[in-house]
Design a protein around this ligand. Structure first.
Ligand SMILES: [Zn+2]
Ligand SMILES: [Zn+2]
Length: 174
């Protein structure tokens, strides 16, 4: 049992429990719960998540979950082939479930969230230089998501903005 006890980082495990139906020490149950919550957060979001977004969602399931645990599990789930990283230029890696078919992404410039785009322009070989062969492509759309898009404009903006003059104060003497 000492080898099992070593798995427990905080030493809180009760590795000596012998009840027949409990097969693992508590720390392993907790690890499984954490991992399920992290995997579930990504599955439920249905879009690539940053580690911080995973933490925010998984904490509802496992209060007290920390960012270091999220990072460790994301790494392990990726190594196990359950998750894959989505790397957008200049961004921290996001994570999505493996097994999606070929798809693309949309990043909202307002809220920075990344969404899946289940459409593809298809054969882009006409864009390649003469004599070049395309083996794969990556496509990211940028704009505003439905939550952040401004309401449809029905009136034209006036040529001169009628902004209120700032810094003007009225004093009332009594
Ligand atoms: Zn947005
Ligand atoms: Zn494509």
């Amino acid at each position: 049992m000492s080898s099992l006890r070593k798995l427990c980082e905080d030493g809180s495990a009760d590795a000596t429990r012998t009840t027949a139906h409990i097969r693992y020490p508590r720390c392993m149950e907790r690890n499984t719960r954490q991992r399920n919550a992290i995997r579930g957060a990504i599955a439920q979001a249905d879009r690539p998540l940053l580690p911080q977004e995973v933490l925010d969602a998984a904490q509802r399931e496992v209060p007290g979950l920390g960012i270091a645990t999220v990072y460790r599990n994301l790494k392990a789930l990726t190594a196990d082939g359950e998750l894959q990283a989505v790397n957008l230029p200049g961004e921290n890696p996001r994570f999505e479930l493996v097994g999606h078919r070929h798809h693309h992404h949309f990043q909202c410039r307002q809220c920075q969230r990344v969404f899946d785009v289940h459409a593809c322009p298809g054969d882009l070989s006409r864009l390649a230089p003469q004599g070049f062969t395309i083996e794969d492509h990556d496509l990211t759309l940028y704009g505003r998501c439905a939550d952040c898009a401004p309401p449809a404009q029905t009136t034209r903006r006036p040529a001169v903005a009628s902004a209120a003059a700032p810094g003007r104060t009225h004093r009332h003497r009594g």
